[in-house]
Design a protein around this ligand. Sequence first.
Ligand SMILES: [Zn+2]
Length: 153
Amino acid sequence: MLTVSIPRDVQGTLVRALSASGANECGGILMAEHVGPAEFVVRRLTVQGGGRFASFVRSARSALTSLTEYFRQSDFDYTRFNYLGEWHSHPSFSVQPSSIDHASMRGIVTDVNVGANFVVLLIFRLAGRKALEGSAHTYLLDGTITPSTLIFE
Ligand SMILES: [Zn+2]
């Protein structure tokens, strides 16, 4: 099973984004460091707001600048630093993926332009003023969806 860790600084970014979005969903892409056989640490994420998850996917092109910058800063060491997947918030319902979320993620993992073997979806909501609650799922090329472990460092 895949494990995804969220360091404190990234948790801070998420809490601020979720607070600012209120009842609206926000989301973006995840950039991570590969630290173990099936272990990733989220190092950076983009924040887009004011819509539903499907609309974040469509505007993913605007996130490419951040991705390029991340690759440059990590000396294009793609095996260690790479795109991990997507995140978004569910401000007012369960952090489990909806059927639309599953369909969107299957679309991303099978997109030849993304060229990924798997993609991770993280969903967050605020549990109290500064506490985060979340879920992690991994989508494989063959259509398999596996629950993954989410760790708040
Ligand atoms: Zn969703």
